[in-house]
Design a binder for this molecule. Sequence first.
Ligand code: MUC
Ligand code: MN
Length: 374
Amino acid sequence: MSDILIKDIETLLVDLPTIRAHKLSMTTMACQTMVIIRLRLSDGTEGIGEASTIGGLAYGPESPEGIKQTIDGYLAPLLIAQPSHNLNALRARLDHQARGNSFAKSGLETALLDAEGKRRGLSVAELLGGARCHHLPVLWTLASGDTQKDIDEAFQRFEEHRHCDFKLKIGANSVDQDVRHVGAIKAALGDRASVRVDVNQAWDEATAARGIDALEAAGIDLVEQPVPAREYAGLTRLAQRFVVPMLADEAVHDARDGFTLAAGGFGDAFALKIAKAGGPRSVLELAHVARAAGVSLYGGTMLEGSIGTAAALHAWATLGELTWGTEMFGPLLLKDDIVVEPLNYHDFGVDLPSGPGLGVRLDEDKLNHYRRRD
Ligand SMILES: O=C(O)C[C@H]1C=CC(=O)O1
Ligand SMILES: [Mn+2]
């Protein structure tokens, strides 16, 4: 039993520009706003965490500004003066007194794991039971909004040995336009790359059936969230109807969602995200439900920067090989970084950071430069 207590929790909004416009069905991003959490223990150890979403309130019900207020006003006071070593007890305390808010809780769970890891000299993956791999494959998302630009970007990434799997963001244009766009990119890349699409909930079931039929014929490997998040029955029917697998993303946040989908006959694939599930430890509950149900896995991102990305990598590393790999490219979409040593991307993947905790350190000058002052 340790008598180290949680002493102080600070939250900062940090705005980092993207390297190009990133066009999704519901928003176009030019900047990523991260909530950075600094959690200090009574022995002086500091744990860092990140809570990020996409496009303010465009993606989900928690905005960056809302996450900051939720942590400052509700969640941090539940943690201050509590012993830091028992994550299970701390999570139960948060979940008992605050419903939902999985993005905010994910940032805090990350900071708690980082602090405990640093204190005990263990990596976050070790705290979660141990890493089964140290280099993870990473896909790249083509979302410039322009077909030829996307093709050029794909070839560049492929030739640099950065990425060999690509996800195309569709759903903002008509189905026919999208199918032409995807077909042209797949035809240009041929068999050297896996091409997948993410519709981000943009289609109804009938539109999805028409679109997926054409995408399957074009050689697409995976179709992510074609229909709205809560249309479980529709997503399950599409998964049963087509050979090309469906990847549930917005539909599956945590273990409860995963169980409901699997029990209802969905058997294809789940996108794991630490933010949707409430943290690097909580997301593993969903992963284990999926594995028990025979549903394959994908390591997903909310386009977090290096801190959130490192946290997710520690969780994915405990699972061994994921059928659909990962998309932990968030830091590469941003023009700059707020950690001292960026993550090491090479050979179509990224290294699991080493050292105690997350294995990444804040760059105080960069943090100071990009933090929002209000
Ligand atoms: O999957 C999403 O819906 C969100 C995110 C992940 C990659 C990307 O480009 O956007
Ligand atoms: Mn998605």
